[in-house]
Design a protein around this ligand. Sequence first.
Ligand SMILES: NC(=O)c1ccc[n+]([C@@H]2O[C@H](COP(=O)([O-])OP(=O)(O)OC[C@H]3O[C@@H](n4cnc5c(N)ncnc54)[C@H](O)[C@@H]3O)[C@@H](O)[C@H]2O)c1
Ligand SMILES: [Fe+2]
Length: 411
Amino acid sequence: MSAHDHVASAHGVVRAPDAIHFGRGARASLAAAVAELGGRALVVVDPFLATTDSFAESLAALEGAGVTVRVHADVVPELPVDDVVAAAEAARGWRPDVVVAYGGGSALDLGKLVALLLSQPGPLSDYYGENRVRGPVLPIVAVPTTAGTGSEATPVAVVSDPERELKVGVSDAALVPRVAIVDPDLTTGVPARVTAYSGIDAIVHCAESFTAVRREPVWAERLPIFVGRNRMSALFALDGLWAMGGALPRAVADGADREAREQMAWGSLLGGLAFGSGGTHLSHALQYPIGAMTHTPHGLGTGLMLPYVLQACRAETSPQLAEMAVALDVASGSEADDAQAAIDRLAEICHAIGLPASLADLGVTRAQLPRIAQLAAGVTRLAALASREATPDLLERILDAAYDGDRSRLV
Ligand SMILES: NC(=O)c1ccc[n+]([C@@H]2O[C@H](COP(=O)([O-])OP(=O)(O)OC[C@H]3O[C@@H](n4cnc5c(N)ncnc54)[C@H](O)[C@@H]3O)[C@@H](O)[C@H]2O)c1
Ligand SMILES: [Fe+2]
């Protein structure tokens, strides 16, 4: 395998919005984009953003463009499923033509799932998993205000269902927003902690889609949502790592650093495009039970796990890790040295942005590790994308190392 194996005659799959508007000030394009899709817009907005001048300006512009607007500003982070159902029921009689989702990943995912429930019969649990939606959903215009999830470009929405031991996702091409409007200036007020957790998740999206296993697609069949590493996802992932590797510590240290904010918004969009076809793997599979057990933010769990997961997969993904070292600006030697340098650099970034070094700090107990491993191994659509077989035993070894904050055990 060459260091550029993703370039040589590999397949490529991309899932993306019809239009992506990226750049400072891009929020000014919202009204025209929405008006093209319909005259009645349900605007699902993060409660913090709902109080800002920029949101008030967007509402005024929508009304100026002849769009009748109804605002839903009740968004709870990590998205409890009952809130999704309640939001859809409240909007059903109003019959919107289009859903505008404006906020962090939780608001974007709420908007996406409300669009689903207003278009298809429920219950929502019918759609948990992959490729379960039959037919289109209301058009979605997504405006992210954190740099992290990439949800503005992905076929995914994630909810917390108290009836499950895991966070659950709906993954379907129907959930890709029609238009993504990514304005880095909307992220300047994000507190340092949210900048860190959401930003590291975007880095995990790039790193995991790039180290996911590569599989030949069966073109005559309906493709899985996550097809594994491919030529398109690789492009996005490497450029995303390049943008974010230096920018994330700067954005956390100084939220007013507009250049760092811009690089993060760009990188997280690319992360979404990368994993929207390539998928993610073990850091995400492990975060699903960890997040459900500890009620800690998604990116805190995926970011904390990433160096351990990559260390465990190093032998199988050495060429990819070496390419990541170039994107992270730490390549200097042989493939083996560079592969390790990439993992070490990612661990350094996690440390620099204040992530805890050990799983114990998230409130997990050692006695819970076997159950977490078992549940994560059961998230087969992600676990199967790892470059080595994700047995409960392997996952437990990864968790054990993360619990003690000792990556050397996995070398
Ligand atoms: N759909 C996807 O593809 C995808 C991918 C990864 C994660 N997720 C999901 O996204 C959610 C996490 O999203 P997130 O990390 O963006 O956090 P979030 O949306 O939960 O927001 C976190 C906090 O930041 C605040 N906030 C948001 N924007 C702000 C701004 N501009 N200024 C100040 N405060 C702001 C919110 O009010 C909230 O209190 C989780 O539910 C996760 O599972 C979805
Ligand atoms: Fe994620």
